[in-house]
Write a protein that binds this ligand. Structure first.
Ligand SMILES: Cc1cc2nc3c(=O)[nH]c(=O)nc-3n(C[C@H](O)[C@H](O)[C@H](O)COP(=O)(O)OP(=O)(O)OC[C@H]3O[C@@H](n4cnc5c(N)ncnc54)[C@H](O)[C@@H]3O)c2cc1C
Length: 403
């Protein structure tokens, strides 16, 4: 197929990974032509402020963008907003958008991230029910969320707990509904999760745990959520944050190897060596943990995007970085690194202040796999070192290891 427009590098997806790849490419190749195709109509922006600083006034909307417009001009990258790529022809090295315009590439990056999972219940597609992920979702909810309004937030993981705190701080009456026994139960050990949940209750958030929505409908402009256990919750706003599905469609249609993500090797190359993947959609070998993982976090998208860019431009460096992640829930904040799962790992906490300030360690076979540093900042490298050393530990040996 003859392409309408030829490029050296084509990046599909204008999220953090895609935007960061431009920087990576330019570190190695100052001249090669770049196209960034973004389905969204906004320049690439950071998502964390959508549930945090934009609600606390610590950031203004103009401050959330990954780069200034000048950056793209100076990088001589063509940024096409509102442009969705619908197919890849790996044999002819071309991609095609919804307008049937095709673009040739020498190297291609799939930075397509993930899309919100939908509730598979009657009313899961009710008009106005917000599956919170994008800037447009923030703009919609911000407009609706006046003081004194009410909201149901479905999901007790990262997005649900952050947006619930943000709304509550802004005077909205929030009811949270989630099937797990307590907030963020996949990451927090029970005592910590329940202590955080108690803070939510103290702030006036109504917690409906161990339950799930069975039906959502709109009556006279208001949302009515019926739960499986018989609660009926009537609100002005309805938000769901129940996880994402990696966007794999393009990769699968192009015949690339996929599982719970687009499979890439240590150089972030897919099963087609001219196609790379990075960010929320990439299933990559996590060196320090010795297993394949997909990581849905900001720092990973940033660094993996850059590394993919460098490698597309010929650097061929393995991605060995250990990304961190962070969250803010009212006055409680944390940074974490490694594998932090209560589902597959034992946990042990070294508290300076019970369930508030200290470190939760995630342990398997006597070795540290991850660390969650609660209200402790700037200790990521110490945690990374403990994980990388891979030595056998005892609870005694961990006491005071990170303070
Ligand atoms: C509200 C919110 C808060 C968060 N807070 C935190 C936090 O506190 N800490 C943390 O570590 N992480 C946080 N995250 C996660 C973090 O933001 C993500 O890991 C990161 O945004 C992933 O970036 P990405 O570029 O891989 O994918 P995405 O951000 O999903 O971007 C992918 C982009 O590609 C576009 N796209 C997809 N398919 C196509 C196509 N065919 N053609 C063109 N464009 C396409 C999409 O529209 C999207 O714009 C948060 C996420 C959200 C939603």
């Amino acid at each position: 197929m003859a392409a309408d427009r030829p490029y050296e590098y084509v990046i599909i997806g204008g999220g953090l990974a895609g935007a960061s790849a431009i920087q990576g490419i330019r570190e190695k190749d100052p001249d090669g032509s770049i196209l960034l195709a973004c389905a969204e109509k906004h320049l690439p922006y950071n998502r964390p402020p959508l549930t945090k600083q934009l609600w606390t006034g610590k950031k203004k909307l103009v401050e959330i963008f990954v780069n200034s417009p000048e950056f793209y001009r100076k990088s001589r990258a063509d940024v096409m907003l509102g442009t969705k790529i619908v197919s890849i022809d790996a044999a002819s090295h071309t991609v095609t958008d919804t307008q049937e315009i095709s673009y040739a590439y020498r190297k291609l990056l799939l930075a397509t991230g993930g899309a919100p999972q939908m509730l598979n219940i009657p009313g899961g597609d009710t008009d106005g029910l917000c599956y919170f992920r994008y800037l447009d979702d923030y703009l919609q909810v911000r407009e609706e969320a006046a003081k004194g309004k009410s909201a149901v937030v479905i999901g007790g993981g990262f997005i649900g707990s952050e947006i619930a705190a943000a709304l509550s701080l802004n005077g909205v009456f929030v009811t949270m509904v989630f099937p797990e026994p307590y907030l963020c139960s996949r990451v927090f050990p029970e005592a910590l999760g329940r202590a955080i949940q108690d803070r939510y209750i103290e702030k006036g958030v109504d917690i409906v745990s161990g339950d799930r929505p069975a039906l959502i409908e709109k009556r006279e402009g208001r949302f009515v959520t019926q739960t499986g256990r018989g609660r009926q919750i009537e609100t002005d706003i309805a938000i769901a944050g129940i996880g994402i599905k990696p966007s794999l469609g393009l990769a699968q249609k192009a015949g690339l190897r996929t599982a719970d993500g687009i499979e890439v090797d240590e150089f972030l190359q897919t099963s087609d060596p001219d196609i790379f993947a990075a960010g929320d959609n990439a299933l990559f070998p996590y060196h320090a943990l010795g297993k394949r993982m997909r990581v849905e976090h900001w720092d990973n998208a940033l660094n993996q995007g850059k590394q993919a860019g460098r490698n597309m431009a010929g650097r061929r460096e393995p991605y060995t970085y250990m990304p961190y992640f962070f969250s803010d829930l009212f006055e409680f904040g944390y940074e974490a690194v490694g594998e932090v799962s209560t589902e597959s790992l034992e946990t042990w906490a070294d508290w300076q202040k019970e369930n508030d300030t200290g470190v939760v360690y995630y342990i398997k076979d006597g070795k540290i796999r991850g660390a969650l540093m609660c209200n402790i900042w700037g200790k990521l490298d110490e945690a990374r070192k403990l994980i990388l050393e891979g030595g056998r530990i005892t609870h005694e040996s961990l006491k005071g290891a990170i303070v």
